[in-house]
Design a protein around this ligand. Structure first.
Ligand SMILES: C[S@@+](CC[C@H](N)C(=O)[O-])C[C@H]1O[C@@H](n2cnc3c(N)ncnc32)[C@H](O)[C@@H]1O
Length: 148
């Protein structure tokens, strides 16, 4: 199995310890610089889109299998697969963000808690389903979860 990064996060957040646990907890916007080799894949991505970024937490501790959720010792030790800990055998981060703007091969996205230099391995639209035409339905309102 081989993963090729398609881009990198450029953020004002420089240290893990200073980053919020989730984007929605006060994280800033950041740039996603898509590598020239993957830039064609951005065709169709536009400002206002909600997308999921899959990142590779390059500063993670991959030997970790148990953590206190949210790094809070008051919570009992739990298996990493029951948590969103960045420390895990395959440190993949999941980030639902809004595209603020698109400038050639750069996307302004946010809010996102990944630190500066975090590799990005994929971008996918947030979906509730597909229209038969192939047009994406992005509404998350109840009852709109149509799958063709
Ligand atoms: C709790 S994780 C949640 C990540 C993602 N939203 C998820 O649910 O998969 C977010 C934490 O990962 C850490 N982090 C951010 N970028 C990282 C990186 N490149 N390597 C390792 N840890 C990172 C920060 O400490 C941040 O608070």
């Amino acid at each position: 199995m081989q993963l090729k990064p398609i881009g990198v996060i450029r953020s004002a957040l420089k240290e893990r310890s200073k980053a919020p646990k989730q984007g929605s907890e006060g994280a800033p916007d950041a740039w996603l610089e898509v590598h020239p080799s993957a830039a064609k894949g951005l065709d169709g991505v536009a400002a206002g889109d909600e997308i999921i970024l899959l990142t590779w937490f390059h500063k993670a501790h991959r030997e970790v299998l148990k953590v206190h959720p949210r790094s809070d010792p008051k919570h009992r030790l739990m298996g990493v697969f029951a948590t969103r800990s960045p420390d895990r055998p395959n440190p993949i981060g999941l980030h639902e963000v809004t595209v603020r703007s698109v400038e050639k091969n750069r996307l302004r996205v946010g809010p996102i808690e990944a630190i500066d230099g975090t590799p990005v391995v994929d971008i996918k639209p947030v979906l509730c389903g597909f229209m038969p035409s192939g047009k994406t339905v992005r509404s998350r309102s109840k009852g709109s979860n149509r799958r063709a």
